[in-house]
Ligand binder design. Sequence first.
Ligand code: ASP
Ligand code: MG
Length: 451
Amino acid sequence: MIVLKFGGTSVGDAEAIERTAAIVKGRLPRQPAVVVSALGGATNQLLAIGEQSAKGHLIGALRGVETLRDRHFQECEKLLGTSAEASEVAAEMSASFDELASLAEALSILGHATPRSFDAIAAFGEQLSSQLVASFFKLREIPAEHVDARDVFITDDDFMSAEPQTDAIAENAREIVQPLIAEGKIPVMGGFIGRTASGITTTLGRGGSDYSASLLGAALHAEAIEIWTDVDGMLTADPRVVKGSQLIEQIRFDEASELASFGAKVLHPNTIAPAVRLGIPVFIYNSRNPGGKGTRITVDAPRRAVSAIAGKSGITVLQVGAAKMLFARGFLRRVFEIFEKNGVSVDVVATSEVSISVTIDDPAALESLVVELASLGDVSVERDRAIVSVVGAAISEDSAAMGRAIGALDGIKVHMMSLSATGINLTIIVDGDQLAPAMERLHNVFFGTVK
Ligand code: ASP
Ligand code: MG
């Protein structure tokens, strides 16, 4: 069996759901189980309804409920028309929206919403979309069966980012989902949502549907997991920055994680870890371009010197110079303790005889960091820097690639550079306005036609 996950844009409207049905239909022989997100944007709207209610802005909140209700009913009508399914789904949706409106009222009276309330509200998105999609599939002769995802995905009670209980999930998947597949049915369920052992609705955190798909795939030992989204896959560079970026057809999980930490928005690799760890390949495909090759993510894809060029601007570099202190025992510990105490995570570190330089990408705690670091040595702050990263599992073993990377930066001022022996990237800090040229040049050297 395989798990097919469709994100918000792949179920965003009737046309998208039509494309999704065609994709599922083409894969019926592989025994898919389907996981869907809420209609694109619905989760944001639901959370906004929660916030407005909690502030006592009931009219605004109810207007939000109406907007969502209209959208769902319109799509339902476009998809299901006057079929028998249509009235059944409409009745269920109607009850859901009434319940949502009552919840909004209750929260507005309380003037307060807890994470648990937000989960109760947010869960409507996936419940509604999965019911709609399952009914439409039936109309398209896909033997779909809606499954309430909360019956499968048992979590702890850390609302809004609940921890899945993998043993219970595996058991439920075997008891509820597997038999459907064995009967030739196509289970369709919402991602993102779950419930505690005592039955309270939870969510896995934003973007959690990928996580659901991965957990389900792991529980059922799927042959593959396909994440259907609105981009062709992972690219050799951000196409908004670098012209001519190309699809990466195969990438290692650790490289994909590295790219995600640079803001590659395709998916958060932590969410697919449960499946990838079991050796289940995860594919990313574009539901608008279903014939595309997609990106295959596995733990053991070939180790390349360079798989992609990533970059991030808005970086602050902090330098602590302490000629006398640097080699005193415990100096680095004291420096990092200050970062820890301020809750700031450090991205890149470079040390020299007389100083240590670190980068941070959230300058919120900068002032207090500077004050505290000043007790250890001279502190300097450089704002508006950028990180450029040459990502490749074998970069540190390939001296020719290293040479080409450094050669490509000829004429660009480099402030810091870092490479670890086991690392999967060469990281370079440049001026903020040099981010695009640096990425372009590096990309050209490794992926361009002009080498
Ligand atoms: N609908 C949820 C969100 O927008 C979960 C997901 O789409 O993955 O965060
Ligand atoms: Mg998503």
